[in-house]
Write a protein that binds this ligand. Structure first.
Ligand code: MTE
Ligand code: MO
Length: 397
């Protein structure tokens, strides 16, 4: 059966509960008249590789699992997109160096243009950019939001000025600053309270050390879709904290009272409302997934590979199982180590006999944290890193 013609939900179930995969694809026979046509790329992302993307909506584009490749870097034209509000107009990248960001909470506050920032310092950082909801499609309670499986993530290299250099140039931090608060440069509709829709996120001041104000990704000026001309990046932190087209950066005493910070991106049991006393989606956790083989492969030798990362610390090792988690073998991490915030490709040579094999990967970080088998449900489906749900059922012929 052509998997592309399956409605999304069914594909998720098939890929998610590996044991059910065969049963489902055998019994589902959806007439093509009811099949979902793939949605076209939205205009601001028309330059993306359409073959590599699942277009959930104009604001949510996912990378297909088989497109992650093995080099360890995600090309910008295959990187997922997530916009909470529509992207600004292309005109904001017409004269990149003229972009202004307002900086507060330092001893000498004021505006800096991108041209000014380029004189203050330079660093490059490879890091996993991952949406808080990556893996939401694997949650059993049908959490509301985009049902991403594994493709709301990528590994990219940002270049820009270290935030601490900017602070230094502006006289140092003002007293009592506990958070770094970034505000996106979107134009918001006038008839609605801006606090309820603005993208304004706060992270603990401890994130200052590794943060960048970035103007380049993977060697090119950042596209509008990914936050050009200037993006705030916090390596090791979930996607939402990495504010695109940053227009205001404030070192604050308290967290932002915008809805996206106050009650949004809060982890709580299913059925509960978000509130500021619940954990915020800040630092990422250890995670991995297989990217090859995914559905079918010939019997005999096969290289099983995928990606693994530690979140806010380095990944140490990855184990792979081809028998539904009964036995595990250590995979090899390949390629250069791009630092603790990057992901690495793992590979294991296997010899698979005909039949269906449940292939899973389980990563461990340098602090000894290992992906759990099952991941506890939470209301909004954030942070899923359970290895069982990420396993694939591969038919060996
Ligand atoms: N200004 C702004 N920044 C933003 C967002 C947004 O809607 N506006 N979305 C956030 C979320 S939820 C994620 S997951 C990442 C997605 O980054 P990407 O679209 O470059 O992949 O950007 C974050 N930064
Ligand atoms: Mo996100």
């Amino acid at each position: 059966m052509n998997q592309l013609q399956l409605p999304r939900r069914h594909f998720l179930i098939a890929a998610g509960s590996a044991g059910m995969a065969t049963a489902l694809s055998d019994t589902l026979n959806i007439p093509s008249a009811f099949a979902q046509e793939p949605k076209p790329l939205p205009p601001y992302a028309a330059w993306k590789n359409a073959d590599a993307m699942i277009v959930h909506s104009n604001n949510t584009l996912e990378t297909k699992r088989e497109f992650f490749g093995t080099s360890g870097i995600t090309p910008e034209d295959e990187l997922y997109i997530r916009n909470n509000v529509p992207a600004p107009d292309e005109s904001i990248i017409a004269d990149r160096d003229a972009w202004e960001v307002e900086i507060e909470g330092v001893r000498n506050p004021g505006k800096k243009t991108l041209a000014d920032l380029k004189k203050l310092g330079l660093e490059t950082t490879a890091m996993v950019l991952q949406c808080s909801g990556n893996g939401r499609g694997f949650h059993k309670h049908k959490a509301s939001g985009t049902p991403w499986t594994v493709g709301a993530a990528g590994n990219v290299i940002w270049s820009g000025v270290p935030l601490r250099e900017v602070v230094k140039a502006m006289g140092g931090l003002a007293d009592g600053r506990n958070f770094i608060t970034g505000t996106g440069g979107e134009e918001l509709p006038k008839n609605i309270d801006p606090k309820t829709i603005m993208v304004e996120r706060s992270v603990p001041i401890s994130a200052l050390d590794d943060a960048l104000l970035a103007w380049e990704v993977n060697g090119k000026p950042i596209s509008l879709a990914h936050g050009g001309p200037l993006r705030l990046v916090f390596p090791g932190y979930y996607g939402v904290n990495n504010v695109k087209y940053i227009k205001k950066l404030a070192f604050t005493e308290k967290e932002s009272d915008a809805t996206i910070q106050r009650t949004g991106y809060r982890v709580r049991p299913p059925g509960q409302k978000g509130s500021p006393d619940q954990p915020s989606m800040w630092e990422m956790t250890v995670k991995s997934w297989v990217t090859h083989p995914l559905k079918e492969t010939d019997q005999g030798p096969v290289l099983i590979y995928g990606v693994a990362f530690g979140g806010n610390r380095s990944v140490k090792s990855v184990a792979v199982s081809t028998d539904d988690g009964n036995t595990w073998q250590e995979a090899r991490l390949v390629g250069p180590d791009l630092g603790k915030y990057a992901w690495r490709t793992f590979v294991l040579a296997a010899d698979l006999k005909p039949g269906t094999h449940i292939i899973a990967s389980r990563a461990t970080d340098v602090a000894g944290n290992t992906q759990p088998e099952e991941f506890a449900e939470n209301e909004r489906g954030y942070g899923h890193n359970g290895w069982r749900a990420h396993a694939v059922a591969v038919t060996v012929v």
